[in-house]
Design a binder for this molecule. Structure first.
Ligand code: ATP
Length: 135
């Protein structure tokens, strides 16, 4: 059984998409093992996005992720890391396939950072690392 860390980002929470995102996760057959609404601290975001530090979108990303409540979840299921990334769609919501969360619900807002509704871990190592940051 695999675990993944999912975040509903401030844009998703603000737009009232929490239920829709959780519905898609459950409809896919994954279990929601942990769930909380929280506000990210700078330390949590620096740890979570360490691989992006120094990139031009880093400060806008941290600012955006601090702009309001987020929903953090641990989901469980066979191959759920890859599976959730498939549910989420491509990073750029303009390019994300219809049928995916970002493809159906997201768009480019012309900002310095992609406001793309959700985050999902990209490997078993990052899932365990990220779960330790948020739970
Ligand atoms: P996530 O990790 O959030 O699931 P991802 O793996 O598709 O998305 P990453 O490459 O890990 O994307 O980037 C983390 C986040 O940084 C993205 O979700 C997006 O909000 C933002 N981001 C990434 N690349 C860019 C970019 N080129 N321009 C603006 N924002 C970006």
């Amino acid at each position: 059984l695999e675990r993944s860390l999912v975040i509903i980002k401030p844009d998703g929470y603000r737009r009232g998409l929490t239920g829709e995102v959780l519905r898609r996760i459950e409809a896919k057959g994954y279990t929601i093992a942990k769930l909380q609404v929280t506000e990210a601290t700078r330390d949590q975001l620096d740890a979570h996005y360490a691989e992006h530090e120094g990139k031009p979108f880093y400060e806008p990303l941290v600012e955006f992720m601090s702009s309001g409540p987020i929903v953090v979840a641990v989901i469980e299921g066979n191959d759920c890391i890859k599976g959730f990334r498939s549910l989420a769609g491509a990073t750029n919501p303009t390019e994300a396939a219809p049928g995916s969360i970002r493809g159906d619900l997201g768009r480019d807002w012309g900002l310095k950072v992609q406001q793309n509704i959700v985050h999902g871990s990209d490997s078993t190592e990052s899932a365990e690392r990220e779960i330790a940051i948020w739970f």
